[in-house]
Ligand binder design. Structure first.
Ligand code: ZN
Length: 296
């Protein structure tokens, strides 16, 4: 009823009356509304197109102008300082994380592979040569499920590897391990991780020798400290959570019980921060050694 009333009233208003001015005013008013609406649409449309263009440019820049290799070279060090969380609203999922598990293969390898599988993730395993024979099936499974069988020396012994007056013992151990892994998986992996990291034992000449022997070497960007946090899986996850901030992270983990317990949470955190999980791929090599040495 109200509607009908007002409608009738308003249509009445539009009927010509004796004098012209009122009608003229009504028409101007309608015109004004049309102009305002048109202007609003124009302004809104311009803003929308601009924002869209900026977003497109940004995506383009991220994809083409920031080589992953360089961003890592600039920040190859352990950085466990608290850092801001990644922006969850970021449009492009260009962040990559390489999870690395050291000191296996072990009785935990299958558990780690199971959890990775559940989360659709892959990883890189830096295995100790003297462990290989006892866990051949796990080594095969690592490769079958898309993860990478990295090398971590035969002995993992500081004295043997670094205190014999040169790089020859170190390189000898890695060549020996490379052959063993090749016998199990059918190809010779060339990515190594120096036990305890490349600093301070692996100097510039040493690194040159490693490169000349045909190896690549990774340290890490994030140390989970998992080896030192037995029975504290939440602390391990927290340590990872507080340390990640780069578009490319290489996270140091070990084949330990507490690490297995922390792993589902770590995977969730990384996933929520927009990281894509990758295993090492020699065709997409990135430099991740503490010295930023491009030979490795
Ligand atoms: Zn180790």
């Amino acid at each position: 009823m109200d509607f009908q009333y007002s409608y009738q009233k308003s249509s009445k208003d539009f009927t010509p009356k004796n004098n012209k001015p009122p009608r003229k005013r009504k028409i101007n008013y309608r015109k004004m509304i049309i102009v305002i609406v048109a202007l609003a649409l124009l302004i809104f449309g311009t803003i929308y197109v601009s924002v869209d263009l900026v977003t497109t440019w940004r995506k383009h820049d991220l994809k083409t102008d920031i080589p992953v290799r360089e961003s890592l070279q600039n920040q190859p060090h352990i950085d466990a300082s608290p850092t801001p969380k990644a922006d969850e609203n970021q449009a492009a999922p260009l962040k990559v994380v390489y999870l690395t598990f050291d000191d296996g293969p072990s009785k935990y390898t299958n558990d780690i592979l199971n959890i990775l599988k559940e989360h659709g993730a892959k990883a890189t395993f830096f295995m100790i040569g003297s462990h290989l024979n006892r866990h051949k099936d796990e080594v095969k499974r690592i490769v079958e499920e898309g993860s990478y069988p990295g090398l971590h020396s035969m002995s993992h012994d500081v004295n043997k590897l670094y205190k014999s007056g040169g790089s020859s013992r170190f390189i000898e151990e890695f060549k020996q391990e490379q052959e063993l892994v090749k016998d199990i998986v059918g190809f010779a992996p060339d990515l190594i991780r120096a036990p305890y990291g490349s600093k301070p034992h692996v100097d510039e000449v040493f690194r040159g020798d490693i490169a000349e022997a045909g190896f690549r070497m990774w340290d890490w960007t994030v140390d989970s400290l998992d080896w030192n946090l037995p029975d504290k899986p939440d602390k391990i996850a927290e340590q990872v959570s507080q340390s990640i901030h780069r578009d490319l992270e290489v996270i140091l983990l070990h084949e330990r019980e507490q690490t297995v317990e922390a792993l589902p949470k770590i995977l969730d955190i990384l996933h929520d921060c927009g990281y894509e999980f990758k295993a090492y791929d020699s065709s997409e090599h990135v430099i991740a050694n503490f010295s930023g040495d491009s030979r490795l």
